[in-house]
Design a protein around this ligand. Structure first.
Ligand code: AMP
Length: 369
């Protein structure tokens, strides 16, 4: 991964792949052109690398010239194309092939066709190394296309992000989600995850998702999800994985622009941990750490019974349900310590003491990530 200005980019197309594609284009065009001596016209700035590599691979005599247009501002393609340097030689009767680094909206092509409208060239063809079919809005024919790519911003091999990245020999694609911090707050029921998450979300500007809270919200609003979850929660059992995973994914999607998340009460099973990894992957991100609050069982029971006096939670009111929740934790959830330990992402923190002291302990771990 690389960082240019404020944005992160991940490797996308290797130098070798680019080289092979340019080789293919050179052969294909040489065959079509036959005995003509073509004039290749590069569109500056972006095309300087493509043109340089292309003409070195072109197996027959050819001429090369450039025009200079300006189109991009930041990561958005602008409608407004400026002609900075136009044609500097007479191309009457010549076979002209435009060499573009990338064609996305096609706005540059409008300007190219305007430039050639009054030139009496023999033929005008367009060749481009990269092409974004989803972004292309014009009808101009593209005669030679190197690689079709998705409509995502790329840099490298002549292409820049606000001036940087042109010198990279390979192509990088913008990361969908810019550098998130994602934490799993872990521990048995009553360990203090919710209390601590309230402090940490403010301190680190993260979105707190408590699956238990989302289920309770759904129960209160008598949704279908709430009704389904209630039957399990009332017994202190886990809600089935697929239901929980779908709900969690939806909660994350609601906060697509977040700096990162504190997951509280999720994942609770191996299947949930796997699906969380997939979700993070799809956002070009990852779980940075599982931070576990470690508290003895008898203290947990005491805490939950005392919380039950005011929380109104049915599953806090009855000691046997509380003990069942703790048992579920040891049977199904505690193994996730191994899952994250294997990736060096597990951090245990003593969960007994004042709320402030525990916040300091958690912050120390997060600050060192
Ligand atoms: P909590 O508020 O985290 O103590 O969760 C309360 C109850 O919600 C649990 O006992 C489960 O029944 C249900 N629940 C919360 N999160 C999950 C999860 N990740 N997987 C399955 N069930 C969950």
């Amino acid at each position: 991964m690389i960082k240019l200005h404020d944005k992160y980019f991940k490797p996308f197309i290797s130098a070798k792949e680019i080289d092979d594609v340019i080789q293919r284009l050179a052969i294909e065009i040489a065959e079509d052109v036959g005995d003509e001596i073509p004039v290749f016209v590069g569109i500056l700035n972006g095309s300087f690398m493509v043109v340089s590599d292309f003409v070195k691979k072109y197996p027959k005599p050819c001429e090369v010239t450039f025009i200079k247009l300006a189109s991009y501002e930041g990561v958005k393609s602008t409608e407004d194309i400026q002609r900075l340097i136009g044609l500097t030689q007479d191309l009457t009767g010549r076979t002209v092939i435009i060499l573009e680094d990338i064609i996305d909206t096609g706005n540059t092509l409008t300007e190219v066709h305007r430039i050639f409208k009054n030139e009496e060239v023999k033929s005008l063809k367009i060749a481009t190394l990269f092409y974004k079919p989803e972004a292309y809005k014009k009808d101009y024919k593209l005669h030679y296309v190197g690689i079709e790519i998705p409509n995502k911003f790329i840099v490298g091999f002549g292409l820049d992000y606000d001036g940087l990245g042109r010198n990279l020999p390979e192509i990088y694609q913008i990361k969908e989600t810019q550098h998130m911090t994602n934490l799993v707050l872990f521990g048995p029921p009553g360990a203090g995850k919710g209390t601590q998450a309230d402090f940490l979300k403010e301190k680190y500007n993260l979105i707190h998702i408590s699956t238990g809270d989302v289920f309770r919200y759904n129960i209160k609003n008598e949704t279908a999800l709430g009704m389904l979850a209630k039957s399990y929660m009332d017994k202190g059992e886990l809600v089935p994985d697929q239901v929980t995973i779908d709900m969690l994914n939806a909660e994350v999607e609601k906060n697509a622009d977040a700096n990162g998340f504190i997951f509280d009460g999720f994942p609770r099973t191996n299947a949930q941990a796997e699906s969380l990894n997939e979700l993070m992957d799809s956002k070009d991100s990852q779980i940075n750490a599982m931070i576990a609050l470690e508290v003895d069982d008898e203290i947990l029971v005491e805490r939950l019974l005392s919380r039950g006096k005011t929380s109104g939670r049915a599953d806090d009111a009855d000691e046997s349900i509380i003990r069942n929740r703790i048992a579920e934790y040891y049977n199904k959830t505690a193994i996730l310590k191994d899952f994250y330990s294997a990736q060096n992402k597990y951090f245990g923190v003593d969960g007994v003491g004042s709320i402030d002291d525990i916040t300091v302990r958690l912050s120390t771990v997060i600050d060192e990530l």
